[in-house]
Write a protein of this length. Sequence first.
Length: 541
Amino acid sequence: MSIFIGGAWPYANGSLHLGRVASLLPGDILSRYFRLKGEDVLYVSGSDCHGTPISIQANQEGVTPREIAERYHNEFVECFQKLGFSYDLYTRTDDAFHHKVVQHLFLKLLENDYMYKKSVEQTYCLACDQFLPDRYVEGTCPHCRQIARGDQCDFCSALLDPSELLDVKCKLCKSIPSVRYTDHYFLALSKFQAELETYVGRATGWRENAIQLTKRYLKEGLHDRAATRDLPWGVNVPIQGFEGKKIYVWIEAVCGYLSASMKWAEIHQTQWEPFWSDDTKAYYVHGKDNIPFHSLILPAILLGTGDLHLPDAIISSEYLTLEGKKFSTSKNWAVWVPYMLEHYNPDSLRYFLIINGPENRDTDFSWREFIYSHNGELIGAFGNFVNRNLMFIVKSFEGAVPESQMDESIKEQILELYDQAGELIEAGKFKAALEAIFTFIRSSNKFFDERKPWAQWKENPEACKATLYTCVQIIANLSNLLEPFLPFACNKIRTFLAISQPAWSYSEVKPGQSLQAPEILFERIDISRIQEEESKLLGSP
């Protein structure tokens, strides 16, 4: 079976913060795991370069949207590389290839009678002398009475049209806009109501938040949605008479999964179709604010354009807060990924965002918890086990794995752990998988302490060899089991043990194998850094 993994496309209008990475990291875990199993994997994503936030940022800086998109796309690429994200292709929506694919899908929907034209009222700001993109319209959500944008309410997740908002204002100049009639194309989302109800009813690999929110939309009844907008920046509508209008970003961006697959195939001179057939398991990884776009709109586009495989697993994370408060880029209440990667180990960040991540509920990033988890778990449990075993062998056995046999009960535990962790990863339960592995690491430390190889070396050398031989095999298998989660540390371990590429199966290092003197896997972080980092936040506006 082929495995397709689509990671959400971050807006290229500002640096990545930890909340965004927390929602994207599961995609890399999945891709690394399935490659270890020997599956045929395609993992794609890219930068969303057409969103209105980019135009807003460009207006604020007095530059073109393309300059903003270029700046942050390049920064994203560097961050994802440093974080170890193993994309097969990370592209961008302002790529000409993407534009062609989106325009083709648009025309296909029109040809299949799932797109239609009508004259509609659109918000127009006299002061700004322009039609307002939906994100430039601000007002009160009619459902929850909170402040919302013209496309979606962040508080209750309702999909909106600017005409539904109460007390409407122009986000740019705060004046009250008027409405004017203009022609636009609409996606006939309502035509897919029955098919999508059946599809969602059969869903088995979705997070609970995706199931509940999608069922809520279906219960309320799906409404047709505008598929074009009067915008200066985006994918041109490929129809005569619609010059100057663009395909709306909410329909265009989700088409990126297909366009990225096609571009990857073109680059590698291979076929993309196997990853979009029913012989594929398709995972989509994103935050809960993107649920309807992946659970309803993308499936509708795929159903409306051809025989393309629908999402199987919706891995939709909840929100990550910062020191108990919501991330706010406008108020600079955030921890930025470029800063973290400059000052901290990427595996430390990956570990924290998995073990304390917003998998099924909102969770919090605090500097205290981050630094204590690094020092306690990554150093105290994992790093300590690896280092003290390998250093003992280097000093007492001239760096060669001693001649002995594996402890059968521990081998059985490792075999069971491959099955347990694998099932949890495939089910999207990454925290539970990592917890199971670290529970085993703690029991392995207990095994080492109880056997006391430093005493065995003097009293019973053969028993000492058996202890260390078993511990070396534990370390070798940990480099497989933790590869999806902590790839940098695992790569170091394989260097220490002089072993080949990892696999999701039990492996043993041969007796007599020469080891490389190990380096420390993780450097301890002084706890004084907690106050230093917290003070930087407190100084934020």
